[in-house]
Design a protein around this ligand. Sequence first.
Ligand code: SAH
Length: 210
Amino acid sequence: MDMGPQEDRERLISTLIDEGDPTSEKVIQAFRETPREGFISENDASFAYADYPLEIGHGQTISAPHMVAIMTELLKLRPRDNVLEIGAGSGYQAAILSRLVNRVYSIEVEGELAVFAKNNLERAGIRNVRVIMGDGGKGHPAGAPYDKIIVSCATPEIFQSWKEQLAVGGILIAPVGGFYRQELILLKKTKKGFNQENHGECIFVPLRPG
Ligand code: SAH
């Protein structure tokens, strides 16, 4: 039976909840309010609510829903948070974040994808995300400090610029490692320095030099 996007979305959310991601009511609500079909190519519309990454052009992908759920939960977002994302891609992760915080800056190095993300967010009626074209490796000093930083592409290391632009008490999450696999690293900035947690293996497309 062919079901509408609304039913498909609810079914995916139920599956994710059964598997333990996402866990908080707020994040579940953000998934409910965000139509993933509005962030992918029309040709892939029938796969919008499958739990895997999809091509969005330029060799890039929109992350699998469970990965978006895991990263969003780990950030422990609060309504007043100011958030930086590296790698806007389709804008979907930024859209989910936007439901939970005050403001999101999302940087995208690929010009056409920056436009894609901007248009997708606009069509979804989201107004508190600023998509910026540029090299996310440098962060975005103009919007700093950030309560939360999410790196949506695989990075060989956590750059100094991100550490500097993170507020004291803030959380950064990033896939850190090589081309074929990375570890999901969570960094907490305290007055005394950084605490690091490892949240397991993941696979993201690589960060490119700007
Ligand atoms: N968060 C996205 C998925 C991102 S895929 C979504 O929800 O759809 C990773 C993205 O990071 C790609 O769009 C890629 O172009 C971008 N990227 C790669 N290197 C980058 C850099 N140095 N600065 C900013 N964005 C970068």
